[in-house]
Design a protein around this ligand. Structure first.
Ligand code: PBG
Length: 325
């Protein structure tokens, strides 16, 4: 049938009718809130390029986690800022490292809140790379053992899920094997399976102090033009034991999310990263965009593309909007 019998506008006429016809529904259960934790007490350092996001000491982190919990957001993702960095990122797997302390503190007070830890070395290494460096190269295999130690140490501190973000080959298998050996066979791995070497991580590197001191991450993170390679990365991670696969960033890679959603059956997560957050915030500050609408439209598009879970610095704001809609 065609016009005038067919009139798609009929179903757009009334607000409730539009709501009934919504094909994609963003819900608070889909959201994960990333947080940055630092040593000390009473610290709440703003991050210039990420309005409303702070580096928090553990006392403030726990308060913020309580708010996240009150808003109905089921999970947080933790990034640690160590006291001291060294060549091998020792604090990443120190029993009393910042993440290990933070996880314990949150789980003590909020046992039901899901705590996910980012497993990577770049925040902890003096050179700022995600692996062991020798002669200016980021070595793959020697890094695996450190990542496995880090993941086990997070699980031991009480992390509910571990999320490796380094992009070394074989790290999911190394982490799965180590977790199983240490009695953490029920700890899921949320793998940053498809992580692009993206310009959109800029603000995060300010927040986490993880800018590489030489070169870039292009020898381990993916090249933005590639999607077949993304499918291969996902296939490998699933084979190695990933429980959830993630695409990162989100908005410039909606096609990748869609291809993974249709090609595989594991839950898919998408990371709406720091630069994506900063873009909307900056445009809103200039009054060039309506922040709330841009935020919901963006997060809904990520879900529509096929993401089950969305990691976003907007999680708290979105939860507030969703609670009144
Ligand atoms: C660490 C890591 C990064 C992000 C998450 N984990 C930065 C990077 O790879 O440089 C980026 C998150 C964001 O931009 O919000 N490897």
């Amino acid at each position: 049938m065609s016009f005038p019998q067919s009139r798609p506008r009929r179903l757009r006429r009334l607000p409730l009718l539009r709501k009934m016809m919504q094909e994609t529904v963003l819900s608070v259960e889909n959201l994960i809130y990333p947080m940055f934790v630092t040593h000390g007490k009473g610290i709440r350092n703003p991050i210039a390029s990420m309005p409303n996001i702070y580096q928090l000491s553990i006392d403030h982190l726990v308060k913020e986690a309580q708010e996240v919990n009150r808003l109905g957001i089921p999970a947080v993702l933790l990034f640690g800022i160590p006291k001291k960095k060294d060549e091998r990122g020792s604090e990443a797997y120190a029993p009393n490292g910042i993440i290990q302390q933070a996880v314990k503190a949150i789980k003590d007070r909020l046992p039901h809140l899901i705590v996910i830890t980012d497993v990577c070395l770049c925040e902890y290494t003096s050179h700022g790379h995600c692996g062991v460096v020798k002669d200016g190269q980021v070595l793959n295999d020697p890094t695996l053992e450190l990542l496995a130690r880090e993941a086990v140490s997070h699980a031991r501190a009480g992390a509910d899920l571990v999320a490796p973000s380094d992009m070394m080959d074989g790290r999911v298998k190394a982490i799965r094997t180590a977790l199983d050996r240490e009695g953490f066979e029920m700890t899921p791995i949320l793998s940053y399976a498809v992580k692009y070497a993206s310009s959109f991580y800029g603000p995060f590197r300010d927040a986490a102090g993880s800018t590489p001191q030489f070169g870039d991450r292009k020898s381990y993170q993916m090249d933005p033009p590639n999607v077949r390679e993304a499918l291969q990365e996902v296939a490998l991670d699933i084979e190695e034991g990933a429980d959830i696969v993630m695409v990162k960033p989100a908005l410039p890679y909606l096609d990748v999310i869609y291809r993974i959603r249709t090609g595989f059956n594991l839950p898919v997560a998408a990371y709406h990263v720091s630069g994506e957050y900063a873009m909307i915030k900056a445009a809103a500050q200039l009054k060039w965009l309506e922040e709330e609408r841009a935020m919901i439209e963006t997060l809904t598009s990520i879900k529509r593309a096929g993401a089950d879970l969305i990691l976003t610095y907007f999680a708290k704001d979105a939860a507030r909007v969703l609670a009144r809609s």
